[in-house]
Design a protein around this ligand. Structure first.
Ligand code: DX5
Ligand code: ZN
Length: 234
């Protein structure tokens, strides 16, 4: 990962809301407009009811991203594909706790492959389910929608879970990433609860395009401002 650990606010646009025919240019445009990380959503039509793309697409996108490529695997099983996603250039590889019976093994395999290990929790999974895994992860991704689609409504009951995880993590260098329904209204809520990485798809890519990327910059700046204001209030 091209970044050392810190808890500053990071905005990670999800390319699920970008132009699928122009991923490379979309990633470059989002970075040029202020994105900190690029969030890449992989869906298999089995773990979630939607199919996006796989490791070949991630490898094709990689040269167009200067910073962190944050790959969110919504697939089951995970283990047979870890090597392919590491080879594709993922800096962070996030697997779902619900994706199989041996999540600890999966996280170890991701680290052994050379990527940072992320653990994603579905809305129905309690914070306590991550208790035995805190020394084996670099990031916990709290899903604030049910995974599978962009543009869904933020689930407010997840805020208490974020607060619990922040306490459980303590001084460990573990990011708390929030994924789903993040916009300038919800961003401050999750930051006040302890989040530092904000994934946003529709709220970043709406209104702009590769030909007219300035709205991406305004959208990112609006989320960042509300998030940082919440941080200075805590
Ligand atoms: C949902 C994906 C999210 C999604 C976020 O399954 O993991 O990354 O694209 O999209 P928005 O920000 O539109 O909710
Ligand atoms: Zn995601």
């Amino acid at each position: 990962m091209s970044q050392s650990f810190d808890r500053s606010i990071k905005i990670a646009p999800s390319i699920l809301a970008a132009d699928f025919a122009a991923f490379g240019a979309e990633c470059a445009a989002a970075e040029a407009q202020g994105a900190d990380w690029i969030h890449v959503d992989v869906m298999d039509g089995h773990f979630v009811p939607n199919i996006s793309f796989g490791p070949a697409t991630c490898a094709a996108i990689r040269p167009h991203i200067k910073g962190v490529m944050d790959v969110h695997l919504m697939i089951s099983p995970v283990d047979p594909y870890i090597d392919a996603f590491v080879q594709a250039g993922a800096d962070i590889l996030t697997a779902h706790l619900e994706a199989g019976p041996h999540i600890h093994r999966t996280l170890q395999a991701i680290r052994a492959g050379g990527a940072k290990a992320g653990l994603a929790l579905n809305p129905g999974t309690p914070a306590e389910a991550a208790a035995g895994l805190l020394d084996d992860v670099d990031l916990i991704c709290v899903m604030t929608v049910n995974p599978g689609f962009g543009g869904q409504k933020f689930i407010h009951s997840q805020i208490d879970k974020i607060r619990k995880l922040r306490t459980m993590i303590g001084d460990r260098p573990v990011h708390i990433e929030i994924d789903g329904g993040i916009d300038p209204v919800t961003a401050p809520l999750v930051v006040a609860a302890g989040a530092d990485v904000l994934v946003a798809g529709s709220a970043v890519f709406r209104g702009g395009s590769v030909a007219d990327p300035a709205p991406y910059g305004r959208n990112i700046a609006a989320i960042r401002k509300m998030a940082n204001d919440a941080l200075s209030d805590t």
